[in-house]
Design a protein around this ligand. Structure first.
Ligand SMILES: Cc1cc2nc3c(=O)[nH]c(=O)nc-3n(C[C@H](O)[C@H](O)[C@H](O)COP(=O)(O)O)c2cc1C
Length: 162
């Protein structure tokens, strides 16, 4: 499947109900969290997914040492799971008891079973949004002394329901 196939449908579901950002760290621990914000496009002529994660998320710790992440987007169903993984931290609950992690095809981070759209990404870039460069009205609306880190990953696999 091409990386831009079903892109419109995937982005609509990601923005409205969310998707799972799943990461395996260098020690083999796995965590997932719900995300709604992300970009897809070309960087260095390579299709990439950019995800934005606040530094206080447990998943952010995993991304510090990981070499990959996956994006799993349900088009229907898994609503309770999206809600739990978007409100509770892996510091407090075991997310493997909430969703089923299954091995990905080409990266070490697993995917979440039962979704309709998947990206597997190899991390190519990490940086942070600088609060001084965010328009003041946006900063006031979306931030409370914090910011977002962003993580870019080369899309190495794209597929639908397994
Ligand atoms: C629909 C939805 C979308 C979300 N999108 C994001 C996002 O794009 N970036 C982010 O940092 N947090 C986002 N969150 C919040 C995290 O999912 C939430 O803080 C989660 O509990 C973090 O889990 P962790 O501490 O195990 O990483 C979202 C939450 C929901 C419910």
């Amino acid at each position: 499947m091409k990386w831009h196939e079903n892109l419109d449908e995937m982005m609509q579901h990601l923005a409205k109900t969310g998707g799972f950002l799943t990461v395996r760290d260098e020690d083999g621990k796995v965590n997932t969290m719900t995300i709604s914000w992300g970009f897809v496009g070309y960087l260095w002529n390579i299709p990439q997914f950019l995800t934005v994660v606040r530094p206080q998320r447990y998943t952010r710790d995993f991304l510090a040492t990981a070499d990959s992440f996956t994006i799993s987007v349900p088009f229907s169903g898994l609503r309770d799971e999206l809600s739990i993984c978007g409100r509770q931290s892996g510091r407090d609950i075991d997310k493997a008891a909430v969703v089923d992690f299954v091995p990905a095809k080409s990266v070490s981070s697993p995917i979440v079973a039962g979704c309709d759209f998947y990206y597997e990404c190899k991390i190519t870039y990490r940086d942070e949004l600088h609060s001084s460069k965010i328009p003041p009205d946006i900063y006031k609306k979306h931030y409370d002394g914090d910011w977002h880190d962003f993580f870019v990953g080369e899309i190495v696999e794209t597929y639908g329901a397994q």
